[in-house]
Write a protein that binds this ligand. Sequence first.
Ligand code: GRF
Length: 203
Amino acid sequence: ARLVVLVSGSGSNLQALMDACADDAYGARVVAVGADRDGTVGLERAAKAGIPTFVHKVVDYPDRQGWDAAMTETVAAHEPTLVVSAGFLKILGDSFLAKFAGRFINTHNSLLPSFPGMRGPAAALEYGVRITGATLFLCDPGVDTGQIIAQVAVPVADDDTVDTLTERIKVAEREQLVDTVGRMVREGWRVEGRRVLIPLSFR
Ligand code: GRF
């Protein structure tokens, strides 16, 4: 199976996927990594692994639709089985969502539908929840509103800061991403209303 991974930041989720793909039994490989900005650690990680990269910056296009069309075309050229948004900080528009409907996934650092948006761990800490986590979901036009594929719970410690909680979530989040993407590419998946089902056969 072919994975295209979109990153804006440190790319630790990307790294976890690339590491998993080194084992043929995983059933996938990262065929391209895309970004919305230059010079990120995520892009460096891809280059180091010899994976082709591309950068489309919104400011280089006359409007958002132009950027979206370029993203759609470039990603499509890599014929992905799954497109994985992993710390990608832009919302993709209608053409992209239509082209990759049902196979464009994102990982978020809270238990959705609680604490969507950019401040997942901070918002969880401020609210005072004792359990938060990470959610893998199918992208739709909303912010963190798509159908949920997998969730993992992470406890909040009494002495957590935003940084310590963020890091604890990221450990569980990477493991969930690698495990779930692997099961999806090996076993397939189907969407039934709000639910995404992965067959249990190889679990
Ligand atoms: C992840 O925790 C994701 O949920 C959040 O940003 C982080 C991306 O980290 N939106 P990385 O770039 O994969 O290291």
